[in-house]
Design a protein around this ligand. Structure first.
Ligand code: FES
Ligand SMILES: [Fe+2]
Length: 329
C-alpha cells in the first residue's frame, strides 16, 4: 500500500480556523507530511504539498501577493490552481514546463474551519444540522496543537467516566461517579453514540453555559462519533437552552494532533459567547493536561487495555476505526 492509498489519506481533517488563513501561506502537517494552504486571487482556498517543484523549498516560508505564492528560494510564483506563472531566472518570454505546476489537493471551508484531505475524500465532512438552523449561533475558537495521539483524544471525547476527576476544576462532580449502562445507537445520519442524563456543577463560570439556575443541575446529553476523529456532544437544559459541541482532532504525526471545537447555541450569546468559549477551553485544557502525559497511540488490539461498561462507545469507535484503517482503498 503506498502512502496515498492509505485510508487515512482519504479523510477530511480540520487543520485551521478560517480566520487564520489570511495573507500568509499557512503550513499544515498531516501524518508526517507537510502541506501549504493559501487563498488565491479570488479568495478561494488552494492546498498543495509544502514543496516547491523546483528544488523542494518550503513554500509556506514564501510570500503572497494578489493571491500568488512566491517561493522563498528562487522566486517562482504559483497562482490559482497551483499553476506556476513566473520563473524569474528564465525571463518573461520563456515557456513554463507543465511539471512546474503544483498538484493541488482537496481543501474546503465549513463551520468556520478549514478542512483538508491529502487524497480524494471517501466520506463527507461531518454534517451538523445546527449550522443551518437559524435559531442557533455558531461560536468558534482557535486551533490548538496537542502533544498526544489523536486516537487517545477520541477515546477521551467519548468517555464520561473521567468527568468527576479530570474535570473537577470545571463541571465535574465527585458525587457522580457511576456511569449508567447506556446503549449505543445511531443518533442521526452522521453520528453514532449514546444518550444520557448527567448532574453537573453549575457554579461560577458554568452559569454562562446553563443560563443560570442552581449550583448543581441535571441535563440531557448525547455523545457520538463520526469517523475518523470527530465527536459531537449535545446538551439540553431544562430551561430550553440547547448547545451542540463539536470536537475534532487531526493527526499531525503519531503523537501530535490538531484540536479544535465549535459550539452552537440557541440562546443569546452576544454577551456570554466569549465566556462560554473560555469555559469550554478550560475543560479542554483539563483533558489536554491528562492526555499529554500518555505516550504512544491508544492500542486498537482487543484485550490490550482493560475496558469496562463505560468504555462501550470508545470500544465501538475502535472497532469501526480499525475496520476503516485496515480497508485498502
Ligand atoms: S526551490 Fe522554489 S523557486 Fe527554486
Ligand atoms: Fe474531558
Amino acid at each position: 500500500m503506498t502512502a496515498s492509498d492509505h485510508p487515512l489519506d482519504h479523510c477530511w481533517y480540520a487543520v485551521a480556523t478560517a480566520v487564520a488563513i489570511t495573507d500568509q501561506p499557512y503550513p499544515v502537517e498531516i501524518c508526517d507530511v507537510s502541506y501549504v494552504i493559501w487563498r488565491g486571487s479570488d479568495g478561494a482556498l488552494i492546498a498543495a504539498r509544502d514543496r516547491c517543484t523546483h528544488r523542494e523549498a518550503k513554500l509556506s516560508l514564501g510570500t503572497i501577493t494578489h493571491g500568488c505564492l512566491r517561493c522563498p528560494y528562487h522566486g517562482w510564483v504559483f497562482g490559482d490552481d497551483g499553476r506556476c506563472v513566473a520563473v524569474p531566472s528564465s525571463g518573461d518570454s520563456a515557456t513554463i514546463a507543465p511539471t512546474a505546476h503544483l498538484d493541488t489537493l482537496q481543501v474546503a471551508e465549513q463551520y468556520g474551519l478549514i478542512w483538508f484531505s491529502p487524497g480524494e475524500p471517501t466520506q463527507p465532512i461531518p454534517s451538523l444540522d445546527v449550522e443551518s438552523d437559524s435559531t442557533f449561533t455558531r461560536l468558534n475558537t482557535n486551533m490548538e496543537i496537542w502533544d498526544c495521539s489523536v486516537t487517545r483524544m477520541i477515546d477521551n471525547m467519548l468517555d464520561v467516566a473521567h468527568f468527576p476527576y479530570t474535570h473537577a476544576g470545571t463541571f465535574g462532580r465527585e458525587q457522580e461517579q457511576a456511569v449508567p449502562n447506556f446503549s449505543l445507537e445511531q443518533l442521526d445520519d452522521t453520528f453514532f453514540g449514546y444518550k444520557y442524563s448527567v448532574v453537573v456543577n453549575n457554579e461560577g463560570e458554568a452559569k454562562a453555559m446553563s443560563g443560570g439556575g442552581d449550583d448543581v443541575i441535571g441535563l440531557d446529553m448525547s455523545t457520538g462519533f463520526a469517523l475518523p476523529y470527530s465527536v459531537r456532544s449535545t446538551m439540553s437544559y431544562d430551561n430550553g437552552i440547547e448547545q451542540t459541541l463539536f470536537m475534532t482532532a487531526s493527526p499531525m504525526s503519531a503523537e501530535r494532533s490538531y484540536f479544535t471545537f465549535v459550539l452552537w447555541r440557541n440562546d443569546d450569546v452576544s454577551t456570554t459567547g466569549q465566556q462560554i468559549v473560555d469555559f469550554e477551553r478550560e475543560v479542554a485544557r483539563e483533558d489536554r493536561e491528562m492526555l499529554e502525559q500518555l505516550s504512544g497511540e491508544l492500542s486498537l488490539k482487543r484485550g490490550t487495555l482493560v475496558d469496562v461498561q463505560s468504555d462501550k462507545a470508545s470500544l465501538e469507535w475502535r472497532r469501526r476505526y480499525s475496520a476503516m484503517v485496515d480497508t485498502a482503498i
